[in-house]
Design a protein around this ligand. Sequence first.
Ligand code: GLU
Length: 283
Amino acid sequence: MATENHVGRFAPSPTGPLHFGSIVAATASYLFAKSQDGKWLLRIEDVDEGRTESGAISSIIETIAALGMEWDGEIVFQSRRKHLYRDALQAIHDFTYPCSCSRRDVTGIYSGKCRKGAAGEARSIRVRVEDEVLSFQDMIRGEQSQNLAKEAGDFVLFRADGYFSYQFAVVVDDHEQGVNQVVRGADLLDSTPRQIHLQRLLGYDTPIYAHLPLALNSQGEKLSKQNLAEPVDAGTEVLFDALEFLGQAPPIELREGSIQEFWKWAIQNWKIENIPKEDRYCR
Ligand code: GLU
């Protein structure tokens, strides 16, 4: 029985149709929440409006619905939540500063040059980070540590092109939506300390984190739109393959069965301890 409200989410960026790696993240976050009788939210991360691909939003929503994943509440769109990001930015005003450096001026980790005042016209807003190690416990990968000053530097919350950054929007949204379990690909493992830093400045609780193995193509690259990962066919087969990828051992008959049977088995037999830590090739 649920002793507290578990709230998870799937938060795809609408830069293209869902590929196998996205289905792995959707499946794992769904099972994590549903096996604990929790809620599962769907949030379209279109904060970077220039990268939204026409048709991707409807294609993502249709695929999730066709795969039988039932989201709770309304679908949320980051592009419609700028007022929340603006208020949160105001709330941590004392920890941020305007920066006039252009992308070309900044190679590697930002030096903090504009901390004492922007030299020219401000282009973006950055948050100060500390020279100390920030650690957290990942449910799959164990203890993770990062020195934000040495490995990330003061990072951008509001971008020169007028959009809020992913790092900032995701923290505000997860808090605002009551998300307390973040299950996503390990490509975001090294963003997590930045997000925890923001949660602390904003006075938010830190959710539980579980970073999933990445699905690699035959060249050993993470599946992405850039390397032309194929859109998935929304049927039981892809769910089955995702579940197997996640180290679960579904009986083979499930692959040919109905989506309802699939979820029934998957929710009852979900074992987070069986999820592998290493990135893996997908079939
Ligand atoms: N929007 C991000 C992506 O599609 C995921 C963000 C997250 O889960 O925190 O890669």
